[in-house]
Design a protein around this ligand. Sequence first.
Ligand code: ASP
Length: 426
Amino acid sequence: MLRRIDLHWQILIALSLGVAAGMLFPKGTILPGGVQPYAIFDFLGSTFLRALRMVIVPLLTGSIISGIVGVGANRGLGRMFSKTFAWYITTSLMAILVGLFLVNLIQPGVSGHEAVGQRLGLSETPPELAASLEGRGAGDLVHILQRMIPPNPVAAAAEGQMLPLIFFCLVFGIAITTLPEDQRKAQLGFWSSLFSAMMRLTGWVIMTAPVGIFGLMAKITAASGFAAFAPLARYGLTVLGALIIHAVITLPLLIFLLGRLSPRKHFRVMAPALLTAFSTRSSSATLPLTMDRIENGAGVSNRVTSFVLPLGATVNMDGTALYECVAALFIAQAYGVELGFGAQMLVVLTALLASIGAAGIPAAGLVMISIILDAVGLPLEGLALILAIDPILDMCRTAVNVWSDSCGAVVVARSEGEEQVLKKDY
Ligand code: ASP
């Protein structure tokens, strides 16, 4: 029976049931027989996340290496590289500018000519946040490039460090393309069958997504409820409004204009991945689904998929970039600090860099705001303001991050002359 319902409907139903279950059984509820619903939610959600994480490293490795070896390094790789990066940077900047405009228009940090900081209890910083911020700051950015080079690629894989792993696979793939034909073929055979096996395995994990997503949503609702978010409603709505404009207007317009593709069709194909991004709050954990949808759903070649998506999952984060900018300006407003044009441009630039440097994991963007606050000289304590509402905004911005990656993949594929993209009946 379940088989007949499309995966995105299954996930949507699971998501709603999860929210309902979480509200019905808040954290701490003990049912007769000592059953703790929260523990069950936690078990289902974290088992699903483990399974997703299980496939990431071998899937990525197989995909990138076989993608590059299959293409051959000098046949248009550089061109695809420039297009992909142009997409990453342009869309992130567009997202930031939408955020900048709305936060200046709505001024969520000001209520009736008064900065809201004190009312929201600005002088306290939870100790765990202070600890996680220690040692972070502008210096982080300087090292982003350097950190891409793994001193030990096996350790990078074992620790799940995505950027260094991607970097290694890229250069390793390029090296293989320079080998004599027989050696190159042998390598290609190995890596592409590894990739096919991992895609199969990923398909199996995806089948369990509804159950896992039920658990994740139930857990988050059971733990936080919705009451904590009320005082921050205007700020939250500003972020949401900007995310919606970017996701519903800017990106669809770009795929229509640049790729001559139907954004509607593309959305339908991507829905399961977007819902998974929403509930896992992690672009990296969603990557297997994103790749599956782009390759098996939208019909993009492995060559483009394996180049645009793995890199995009950590580097291209439109939602996070936008969020960084709105959050930093909200904090400034809440402190009653007026940021002039120059300072706001500094926020735009650091928001872009922070989004590039943020890992594709839950709450990564929250920690990265410290870089911006540092750059414009605002106290880190301001982060305490936006903590309560972060999980919800994290869900939304992660979905936008994945949406932008997927739009980039179809646009780059079209620009590479791929006619079959989104051509099936959906
Ligand atoms: N959770 C986001 C992601 O994985 C990153 C962030 O916190 O903004 O895409």
